[in-house]
Design a protein around this ligand. Structure first.
Ligand code: TYD
Length: 139
């Protein structure tokens, strides 16, 4: 069973250069799993939230490539909010946590890496279902 203590900030390498900076991430090095999927969130209107759900299996790393937003993680007992506002930090979120993305700044751009291919059955979209799964020790 995962808890919010399993959520980790990963500091990505950065090559600072007068021509512009560069960061990168590789499977099993900075990213603690093999990336199977990449998706990104952009053009978020002010006041909108994204990602109110949990996954049975999918692990993620989230990067604020541009702008800033809050990631709220919740294990059914405790919650914490992490603000991502640098393109050289990744947030590792294991499976089995409820997570929401909030307070997007203008022009923010969230990049996400996932450990499995998209599968709707991997989502838990109702908070009460999530709590039941957590209480039953299934996630
Ligand atoms: P969803 O993960 O629910 O968005 P968010 O967590 O940001 O609120 O994804 C929205 C829709 O996009 C979902 O219903 C199906 C589609 N989708 C895919 O087809 N493949 C993907 O990899 C993702 C992340 C979403």
């Amino acid at each position: 069973m995962t808890t919010i203590n399993d959520v980790k900030i990963i500091e990505l390498p950065k090559f600072l250069d007068a021509r512009g900076n560069l960061s990168f991430a590789e499977n099993y090095k900075q990213i603690p799993f093999e990336i199977k999927r990449t998706y990104w969130i952009y053009d978020v209107p002010g006041g909108e939230d994204r990602g109110g759900h949990a996954f049975f299996e999918n692990q993620e790393v989230v990067i604020a490539l541009s702008g800033a937003f809050d990631v709220v993680v919740d294990d059914g007992v405790n919650k914490k909010t992490i603000r991502l506002d640098r393109s050289y930090y990744g947030l590792y979120i294991p499976q089995g946590l409820w997570r929401t993305m909030e307070n997007f700044s203008t022009n923010s751009f969230a990049l996400e890496f996932g450990s499995i291919l998209y599968r709707e059955e991997d989502y838990i979209r109702e908070y009460d279902d999530f709590l039941n799964q957590k209480q039953d020790g299934k996630i």
